[in-house]
Design a protein around this ligand. Structure first.
Ligand code: KG4
Ligand code: ZN
Length: 339
């Protein structure tokens, strides 16, 4: 089955073509046009500017994806499009394009939850086949989400814990800003941290001792703010030490709660996903943890950690396989869609 997928929920205009054969996926093309440079100057994504860029880019991005895959639309078997969560004006661009194509060429259409897409980024070029993995635990870490998701099957999810305030990626972004660095902050912080001492500053681990699986990252960010206020002017080395100490604290809580959940729910595999899954230290710690627990560990290939349409195609495939195509009315904008 050949799937065309479209993703415009935030600041990447993306399209991909995948060939699915018995739950194995071959990425025939994966085109992403990023707007990071545009939004960088505002310190975050500006919704109406994002939508304007999507309108400018979408035609070219979809045509490039089809061309690279050597495919024409009549040969496509399924169209998958992100319908939430995300920025309303941005989502509408991809949705309108996908619905028009589906109507014009009479193709089945699937509206995909962006977060379900992130989960399914693990099925793209995996280190080993993801057979017999359920119940699995998804560690969803992005700019907008920090969630532990108990997965009983594709599409059968229970959120067992989540952040009560800032998401972990958001904390990386805010701390980078406090340190006078740009956006997105995650890659910048982790690079600075490579030459920093994570033991130099003792930062809090909010909610570590709470019995639930919830998180809180705004307190950690505030602790960095107070630390900077106390230190006054900082040296380059101190900046690296703060980055390393912050990263260690942010990851520590994630690892400990994930370990506890893995034991309680007797899960077979941990799946990491979302933009923060690009973090090397988090991957390393989770790999060690799962080895000790004797459970399997999957994390997306680097190029699929950030927003892309290939992951939307995979999630769309499993939804379609389970319950068939969505109706025209079902595929509509849901900015606050949850898993
Ligand atoms: O999933 P994503 O591309 O967008 C959504 O939020 O949906 O995630 C972006 C987030 C940003 O907050 C960014 O700072 C973070 O992922 N990020 C990282 C790293 N690379 C990206 N955080 C920590 N370490 C990284 N290496
Ligand atoms: Zn995302």
């Amino acid at each position: 089955m050949k799937i065309l997928a479209i993703e415009t929920s935030c600041d990447e205009t993306a399209a991909a073509v995948l060939e699915a054969t018995e739950s194995r996926f071959l990425v025939l093309s994966n085109v992403i046009s990023s707007q990071i440079a545009l939004h960088n100057q505002y310190g975050g994504v500006v919704p109406h500017l994002a939508a304007r860029e999507h309108v400018k880019n979408i035609n070219h991005v979809i045509k490039s994806a089809l061309k690279e895959a050597k495919l024409i639309i009549p040969e496509v078997d399924l169209i998958a499009v992100t319908h939430g969560p995300g920025l309303g004006p941005a989502l509408l661009v991809g949705l309108t394009y996908a619905k028009t194509l589906a109507w014009q060429y009479q193709k089945p259409l699937i509206g995909v939850n962006h977060m379900d897409g992130h989960i399914h980024s693990n099925w793209l070029e995996p280190s080993e086949p993801l057979d017999n993995i359920f119940p699995a635990l998804n560690v969803m870490v992005s700019g907008g989400h920090t969630e532990l998701v108990l997965m009983k099957d594709h599409g059968d999810y229970e959120i067992i814990g989540e952040t009560l305030d800032d998401a972990v990626g958001e904390a990386f972004d805010k701390v980078a800003r406090l340190l006078g660095e740009g956006y997105p902050g995650g890659p910048i912080i982790s690079k600075l941290a490579q030459e920093g001492n994570p033991q130099m500053f003792d930062l809090p681990r909010p909610m570590l001792k709470s019995k639930d699986y919830n998180f809180s990252y705004s307190g950690l960010k505030t602790a960095v703010l107070y630390l900077l206020r106390d230190l006054g002017e900082i040296s380059e080395q101190q900046k690296k030490d703060i980055a390393a100490s912050f990263q260690e604290a942010a990851i520590d809580v994630l690892i400990q709660k994930t370990t506890r959940a893995a034991k309680e729910f007797k899960i077979k595999a941990i799946l990491l996903s979302g933009g923060v899954s690009a973090n090397k230290l988090l991957r390393e710690y989770l790999a060690k943890t799962t080895q000790k627990l004797e459970i399997r560990f999957f994390c997306p290939a680097m190029q699929y950690t950030t927003d892309n349409a290939a992951m939307i195609a995979v999630a769309g495939y499993f939804t379609y396989k389970k319950s068939g195509a969505h109706s025209w009315e079902q595929v509509t904008m849901h900015p606050n869609l949850t898993l």
